[in-house]
Design a binder for this molecule. Structure first.
Ligand code: PMP
Ligand code: GLN
Length: 382
């Protein structure tokens, strides 16, 4: 986890947010909203604090939030979840990922992910002592080749870690791809870990939780978070659902990572998870409109734009503008246009970077005025 000079390396998100702060550029790098989510969710947290919900919550999370997670899984996906035995509340999806990988991955075990992958995956697999095996998602459609996916599995595969909707590509993984993952996980007796933090932020293609596929249920740990859906990334309330024996093993790690977290935010997230369907649809529609605004700006600035199915991000190709190295481009972008983005190479291992070299990820989870300003600034590139 150290940089080439032996000093702890900041994540690309911290690096690019610092660049935005230092230059006054519009920050479309790190994925966090610049507007608050549903007021009833925020009010519920304030109310909980006022009512004294300020001490350690129960180890697996408050009963109210665990019940809300179970209802949510049943209501949206028809997944049967026991709030007592199948749910664990975590400090964001990140802690759910960390505790799960630390619980199940031993040195020498292989963990399969798609590539590009969210940066924490690589770091957490290393922390657990595992070996990271990747399956490329290549532009422009960002779907895996089936033979390559099959070849990634072996008797050493302990975990397959899936992310849909996917960061950074925005791809919602189709049911056929998920079915192949389940088939391979069964054949090699691997655990399926699925990161579905963008589950409600889809545009046209519906999200398919892998746990709904035949054969997946008993071997799947499903992870999500309130951060993206309710625009509360700073609250760090996440959760996972899995069969009781899996949850037990993960609790045994979580209890020594954070022990517990976020007491007053837990009842607030429970309020959020029970909001009417229209609220969730409205959140997705609002984000889709923001996508359209930024994508139009990027296109008129001369980028090729790769359409996401969901999530916070759009990938733009700088090649038509004459830039081949997106990292160098991103470091100069504040000076060139007063905007910050993240090179897709940050989500790819250096030896696999060639297919992604000219791609930049821009976040559109920002106010429309900010996106319009970014579009105006980017027009200077054309
Ligand atoms: N997984 C993915 C794919 C993400 O994009 C993020 C947030 N950027 C996380 C996990 C982390 O979620 P949390 O903030 O809830 O830990
Ligand atoms: N998940 C956010 C992103 O992909 C950032 C989270 C972070 O800064 N670690 O931009």
């Amino acid at each position: 986890l150290l940089g080439p000079d032996g000093v702890p390396a900041p994540t690309v998100f911290a690096e690019m947010s610092a660049l935005a702060a230092a230059t006054g550029a519009v920050n479309l790098g790190q994925g966090f909203p610049d507007e608050d989510g549903p007021a009833v969710v925020l009010d519920a947290a304030v109310e909980a604090i006022r009512q004294g919900v300020n001490q350690y919550p129960p180890g697996r999370g408050t009963p109210g939030l665990r019940a809300a997670v179970a209802e949510h899984q049943s209501h949206w996906y028809g997944i049967d979840v026991d709030p007592e035995r199948d749910v664990l509340v975590t400090a964001g999806a990140t802690e759910a990922l960390a505790a799960t990988l630390l619980a199940f991955v031993e040195p020498g075990d292989e963990v399969v992910t798609f590539e590009p992958f969210y940066d924490a995956y690589g770091a957490l697999i290393r922390l657990a002592g595992g070996t990271h095996v990747t399956v490329p998602l290549t532009a422009p459609d960002f779907l895996p080749d089936e033979d390559t996916l099959r070849a990634a599995f072996s008797d050493r595969t302990r975990v397959v870690l899936v992310n849909t909707p996917h960061n950074p590509t925005g791809r919602v993984l189709p049911r056929e791809v998920l079915a192949t993952v389940v088939e391979l996980a069964e054949r090699y007796d691997a655990l399926i870990v699925t990161d579905e933090v963008y589950e409600h932020l889809t545009f046209a293609t519906p999200h398919v939780p892998i746990a709904t596929l035949p054969g997946a249920g008993e071997r799947t740990v499903t992870i999500s978070s309130a951060g993206k859906t309710f625009s509360t990334t700073g609250w760090k309330i996440g959760w996972l659902t899995a069969a009781p024996a899996l949850v037990e093993a993960i609790v045994s790690v979580k209890q020594y990572l954070t022990f517990v977290n976020g007491a007053p935010f837990q009842p607030a997230v429970a309020v959020g998870l029970r909001l009417p369907d229209e609220v969730f649809h409205g959140i997705a529609q609002d984000l889709a409109a923001k996508h359209d605004l930024l994508a139009a700006g990027l296109r008129s600035a001369g980028f090729d734009v790769l359409r996401p199915d969901g999530g916070y991000f759009v990938i733009a190709d700088t090649a038509p503008l004459g830039h081949e190295d997106a990292r160098a481009f991103c470091l100069r972008l504040p000076e060139l246009a007063g905007v910050v983005g993240v090179p897709v190479s940050a989500f790819v291992r250096p030896e696999h970077a060639s297919g992604y070299r000219s791609l930049v990820r821009f976040a559109f989870c920002k106010r429309r005025s900010v996106l319009a300003e970014a579009a105006t600034r980017l027009a200077a590139l054309a």
